[in-house]
Design a protein around this ligand. Structure first.
Ligand code: SAM
Length: 271
């Protein structure tokens, strides 16, 4: 798979958001492009980041049929999942152990992505530390979380305030945590799994995201560290057909239609 390098990205020097656009281009060390030059923007260097009234958007200019990526927890799938996803009865909630404890739990989601799973977990009452290593994915998620924290919806704002996001490699961050003898209650992992070739079920948006971040080849190592950095359990989300991470068999599983949660229990959750 062709994973995109940073020369493939540009930030639109959008007049209404000029200072934000300039700051973003400087953080990512990519160039700005003016609206008038967009037409000449090569089909090969096609990822455009643009600030809009709705938030930061990533567009794939060469693939017009692929929806732009924006993190918005108040609409669409994220909102639907929060309102109708099944609360503490849904698989991810059972996997983390919400049905086994009334205590507040702190979860470290080491593979934050666009924050969908984390937002569900926070909406169930957990507090979360999120780690995302891809700088563009981090910027999109950070933008979505900042907007959510200022939402007119008291509930959405409260949920987003339970989430803190950091950028970096979770392998290094967990290693530092372990060396300080500190632990998270639960560590959650959802690494990218190699794309199934020619599968119609892999949506265009998913392929787009996959082409951004590539395969997470080091996720076996992440599991080994997660098992040392978690107090109660490690939960790994996998496609149903995928082998166990690091070939380590979990204690239990929650099985869904296309994915599953592998649960590595370390200690009984507090009542
Ligand atoms: C499949 S996505 C996660 C999707 C996420 N669960 C959601 O609901 O949006 C995997 C993400 O984890 C990130 N990632 C993988 N390994 C990582 C690591 N060692 N440190 C930090 N981020 C990592 C990738 O960059 C990618 O954005």
């Amino acid at each position: 798979m062709n994973v995109r390098g940073f020369s493939d990205y540009k930030v639109l020097a959008n007049k209404a958001f000029l200072s934000e656009s300039e700051a973003l281009a400087a953080r990512l060390k990519v160039s700005l492009i003016e609206e008038k030059d967009l037409g000449a923007f090569s089909e090969e260097t096609d990822f455009l980041l643009r600030y809009t009234e709705q938030g930061l958007v990533l567009e794939n200019l060469a693939a017009k049929k692929v929806n732009p990526v924006i993190v918005n927890f108040e609409v669409g799938a994220a909102n639907h999942r929060r309102l109708f996803g099944g609360g503490k009865g849904q698989l991810i909630a059972k996997a983390v152990g919400f049905n086994k404890t009334k205590s507040d739990i702190h979860i470290c989601d080491c593979t934050a992505g666009l924050g969908g799973d984390a937002f569900v977990l926070a909406s169930l009452g957990a507090s979360l530390t999120l780690i995302e290593r891809h700088p563009v994915v981090f910027e999109l998620l950070n933008d979505g979380l900042e907007r959510a924290r200022c939402s007119d919806s008291f509930e959405v704002a409260e949920i987003a305030r339970r989430i803190s996001l950091q950028t970096g490699n979770a392998i290094e961050i967990l290693t530092a945590k372990i060396s300080c003898n500190e632990k998270y209650d639960v560590v959650y992992l959802d690494p990218m799994f190699p794309e199934r070739k020619k599968s119609a079920s892999v949506k265009k948006e998913m392929q787009f995201f996959h082409s951004l971040v590539g395969n997470d080849e080091d996720s076996d190592q992440l599991l080994e560290l997660a098992l040392q950095a978690a107090l109660y359990r490690v939960v790994v989300k996998r496609p149903k057909i995928a082998p166990f991470l690091a070939s380590v068999k979990p204690n239990t599983q929650q099985l869904g239609r296309s994915s599953r949660y592998d649960i590595y229990s370390l200690k009984k959750l507090p009542d």
